[in-house]
Design a protein around this ligand. Structure first.
Ligand SMILES: [Zn+2]
Length: 93
């Protein structure tokens, strides 16, 4: 395996690759929904966040400052969602 770092963009997937998991968690399509980075205030659709899936779970980072916006870890019993990097998440009704 090649040497990797967390921010190696060659390992990056488009966040749309995680659309299925986000749909499973929230029950609505999330990739077109806006969110705001708690670090730099960048507002962007979730589908434009930088998705890293090589670690334990999925990390979605701000495309402007690379702050971790969302972290999702799945265990056999539960899904853990760490959203402290987002000012808000919007779920369409
Ligand atoms: Zn940011």
């Amino acid at each position: 395996m090649e040497e990797t770092t967390d921010l190696n963009r060659e390992l990056m997937l488009d966040a749309n690759a995680t659309a299925g998991l986000l749909f499973e968690i929230f029950g609505v399509e999330m990739t077109a929904e806006p969110t705001e980075c708690a670090n730099c205030g960048n507002e962007a659709e979730i589908g434009t966040l930088l998705a890293f899936t090589r670690g334990p779970g999925i990390v979605l980072r701000c495309s402007a400052c690379e702050n971790v916006v969302l972290r999702i870890v799945q265990t056999p019993d539960a899904i853990y969602l760490d959203a402290r990097g987002a000012v808000y998440l919007r779920l369409a009704r």
